[in-house]
Ligand binder design. Sequence first.
Ligand SMILES: C[S@@+](CC[C@H](N)C(=O)[O-])C[C@H]1O[C@@H](n2cnc3c(N)ncnc32)[C@H](O)[C@@H]1O
Length: 200
Amino acid sequence: MSERFNQAAQEWDKGDMRQNIAHAVFQTISSRIALLNTMSVMDFGAGTGLLSFKIAPMVKRVVGVDLSEKMLEQLASKNTPQVQVKPLYHDILSEPLEEQFHGIVSSMAIHHVPDTAELFKAFYAHLKRDGFIAIADLEAEDGTFHSHGNEGVYHFGFERDALRETIEKAGFANVRFHHAYTVDREDQNYPIFLVTAHKY
Ligand SMILES: C[S@@+](CC[C@H](N)C(=O)[O-])C[C@H]1O[C@@H](n2cnc3c(N)ncnc32)[C@H](O)[C@@H]1O
């Protein structure tokens, strides 16, 4: 799967769709969560950092976790003395990090992880007390969103009720869904949610 993203990395930011999604996800996050300059935040599946670099100016530190070296190279190339995101090639599911974060954000990454229950348990373990998650992905779709094929796609979006149950089972409270964006295509629309929750 990382091969697919390694190949896509150079062209990832071209075109409007991914930029528009990241913009809308950021707007939805910042209208729901107080991002503070004392916070450390993980962007899970950060890719080239489309979301990370919007979060970074608002908080103390952003770590962009990903499993594609080439996507992370693109992310690293955007660092400036003023705004920095730390690229981190790491599988948090197989080996937890020692660091805990004030928040975990993610955009369009969790449908690429086979075991959603284990992923949310890992998110919980990587959060400080009172920490938040703000995770964006596709509402349940029919498998047509990825026009280049579904290799590495383990979920055709998510049903809200089932995902809420998974998130609550991982230990989170205050689970709330918000509409973040809709990708409009000629023959179909693909809504994207943001789900927020807290570790108390
Ligand atoms: C569709 S891209 C989204 C990238 C970025 N968030 C964006 O919105 O442009 C999904 C990203 O998740 C990463 N990814 C998939 N599985 C992962 C895992 N288990 N741990 C970390 N990153 C993962 C991929 O390498 C890829 O960069």
